[in-house]
Design a binder for this molecule. Structure first.
Ligand code: PMP
Length: 404
């Protein structure tokens, strides 16, 4: 049974004060908070298992290796990948995208086309631009409408036999829009293109089934899902991961090295050069177990309630405009007060202990579309409450009064 007050007890940080006021943490789309189950697992790792993995014959190294590989299996089961070796540990979503973009450098040629969406985070734009500069394919963009939705008819028109790759986020971090990725994957596959889905914002709210989606690549970060920073995963279909060349060279990723020729290790190690974030990898599994114990259906239902409550209350404030009004959205509200800079609103809210994000949210093309410098973004998680939303609404009213 979902009980937010019980859940809040798992998060020590939620009982601290900021600027003398109880912390109201509404910057979950940037980084989620960490439950004590994950904090304890970090302490347990460093207290009992800290050792390098995959190379030691000693007990500690073997125990750390077992925990790391068990976590990979937990993650596989969560995403419903077919094989455990299709889960590559990365330092986060950005790393996963760069790994794939770098690999495609050697598979694409002049005249090929790759498609991105107007709703992307910079980390799902810049690596592909770098790829185009290196290799010569053309980058095309699926446009968006005022509501912050992708125009699927335009997408259909962009697709051709030259399309080799499509990459879209599952959920927009700046607006919260849930993109129709099932449709995108189906249409892209129909012309023979591969699809990468940026799941950084979806994984905290939705449990993706990569086999059902039939997606080629799916990337995520642990720190958006109650886990630590500096670790994430790339899921790739086995056939694609076999085709892509390694991203980085070094220890762990080789089968044999001589000065004449090096052969590479099998999956997943081919893409995991060097000592990884071992503790992070292990406790990513703990974080996923924690979220599954609460249940993704319960999380989505509750967050939806918060979204609707907050939307209604905020819209009562005259001069407040919400960007991203698709009915298909998660618990992110991007807004501005007429004539007031978002940074000023964020600064006043902080004085009241309320943490929101202000700025372009690493999605400048979206801000350009709306012709604004940025927004105030409040993003809710399953441990937030309606009382906290009331505090936000009061804070925004106060900010408006002070800044008008
Ligand atoms: N894509 C999206 C949609 C995101 O929201 C983020 C994080 N804000 C990223 C990619 C990048 O994630 P990370 O910084 O963990 O690599």
């Amino acid at each position: 049974m979902f009980n937010v007050q019980d859940i809040r007890k798992d998060f020590p940080i939620l009982s601290r004060k900021v600027n003398g006021k109880p912390l109201v943490y509404f910057d979950n789309a940037a980084t989620s908070q960490t439950p004590k189950q994950v904090i304890d697992a970090i302490a347990d790792y460093y207290s009992n298992y800290n050792a390098n993995i995959h190379r030691g014959v000693h007990t500690l190294s073997q125990e750390a290796t077992d925990l790391y590989e068990q976590s990979r299996e937990t993650i596989r089961a969560h995403f419903n990948a077919k094989f455990t070796h299709e889960i590559i540990f990365t330092s986060g979503t950005t790393h996963g995208i760069n790994l794939v973009a770098n690999g495609f450098s050697s598979l694409l040629k002049q005249g090929d086309e790759i498609i991105v969406s107007a709703l992307e985070h910079h980390s799902n734009i810049v690596p592909w631009q770098m790829l185009c500069e290196r290799t010569g394919p053309v980058l095309k963009v699926i446009p968006m409408n005022e509501e912050g939705e992708l125009l699927m008819d335009e997408f259909d028109n962009l697709l051709s036999k030259n399309t080799k790759l499509v990459f879209v986020n599952h959920i927009s971090n700046a607006l919260g829009t849930i993109n129709p990725i099932e449709h995108i994957i189906e249409k892209a596959h129909a012309v023979g293109a591969a699809v990468l889905i940026d799941g950084a914002q979806s994984c905290p709210h939705i449990k993706p089934d990569v086999q059902k989606l039939d997606v080629d690549f799916y990337v995520a970060s642990a720190h958006k899902m109650c886990g630590p920073t500096g670790v994430g995963i790339l899921y790739g279909k086995e056939e694609w991961l076999k085709k892509l060349p390694p991203y980085q060279g070094g220890g762990e990723m080789i089968a044999e090295v001589t000065f004449e020729k090096t052969t590479y290790a099998d999956l997943p190690h081919k893409f995991e050069a060097g000592t990884p974030n071992i503790c992070g990898g292990i406790v990513f599994g703990t974080a996923i177990d924690y979220m599954n114990q609460i249940g993704f259906d319960a999380i989505a239902n509750y967050e939806n309630e918060l979204l609707h409550y907050a939307t209604e209350k905020l819209l009562e404030i005259e001069g407040l405009k919400i960007y991203g009004t698709s009915p298909q959205k998660t618990s992110v509200i991007s807004f501005n007060l007429e004539g007031i800079h978002p940074y000023d609103v964020g600064t006043i809210l902080d004085k009241m202990g309320i943490a929101v994000r202000t700025g372009h949210h690493c999605a400048q093309p979206i801000m350009d579309f709306y012709k604004i410098p940025g927004t105030v973004r409040a993003s809710f998680a399953f441990y937030n409450t309606k009382e906290e939303i009331d505090a936000l609404v009061e804070g925004v009213k106060k900010a408006k009064m002070m800044l008008s």
